[in-house]
Design a protein around this ligand. Sequence first.
Ligand code: SAM
Length: 241
Amino acid sequence: MASLQRKGLQVRILSSEEDEKLKRDQTLVSDFKQQKLEKEAQKNWDLFYKRNSTNFFKDRHWTTREFEELRSCREQNPSYNTERCKVFQCDLTKDDLLEHVPSESVDVVMLIFVLSAVHPDRMHLVLQNAYQVLKPGKCVLFRDYGLYDHAMLRFKAGSKLGENFYVRQDGTRSYFFTDEFLARLFVDTGYEEVVNEYVFRETVNKKEGLCVPRVFLQSKFRKPSKNPAPSSRDPDPGYQS
Ligand SMILES: C[S@@+](CC[C@H](N)C(=O)[O-])C[C@H]1O[C@@H](n2cnc3c(N)ncnc32)[C@H](O)[C@@H]1O
């Protein structure tokens, strides 16, 4: 098994068969079922973890390779330390993070394959919630499914909830992001874009002759500093005429 990775700003180009398949699958799940899925979202994730225990999502070792902000956390906290860590459960679209975390006290927020599980109409609530606890000048680190990821093309007819939004057999939902959609969501909430790019991986299994194109979107968005950098029209104090 080999895995190659490249980054870029362009959306993955579909083959004609893939394009036809997506165009064919236009029927949406009924409103009644969609409302049920929204109501039962937490229950469906709880059942997912019950079934999969810790086998499904492996340790995210790549996070320290991809996000330098996390390196010092790992170095300073080689093992879990209850004096430095606080664990709590919350629905990021409903509960106020300020009930658990002081305002503007956090150096890094990680949204790793979390936002895709939230209904697109409610994603802005997650970003607003994170904004309140993030220190000015600090970032949200994001990685999640990108448009035309292999997982998006595998959904059978009858799984589509909306544009780029699908439901799995177990009732958990997944959105597939474009860079534009994500940037708009963050910028409209008050963040500044630092990085926002697709990660393309091809997982090749030579033995079985399979090549699986994975697409992720990996991004950093910053809460603006309290003292914004001078604009280019401001006089440069270092310039001597
Ligand atoms: C695909 S899993 C990713 C889990 C983990 N971040 C990882 O990378 O292994 C999606 C996670 O989002 C969580 N989630 C979905 N909706 C949420 C919400 N409204 N508030 C908080 N967490 C939510 C689910 O409970 C689930 O743990």
